[in-house]
Design a protein. Sequence first.
Length: 108
Amino acid sequence: MPEKSKDIILDYLLRRRIAIATNMQFVKSLEKNDNTILGGVVYFTDGIWIWPNYLSYYLRNFDIEISLAFKKFIMEQNIRNNQIDTTDAIAFLKKSKVFQFLVLIEVS
């Protein structure tokens, strides 16, 4: 992936989000012989997509592939320079039956 695209995607994953759920499960690196603990599991959303906190770690360090549709969506958001509308994201989550317990924390 071109470095500029990677930077745009990492910026999106880390800045344009709200936390929607967390648990006390810890995630260890999936790399062989690496016992690094990446932290607890937190899921983020922009009101359309949901991703785990460790996605940015693997994209930054291992250039993992992400969904072409997700990548396209992020690049379109960057072109428009939109900020996420937390009102829409929260409304989406409230009507969703995915999570039993919802923790909403705005991340700036």
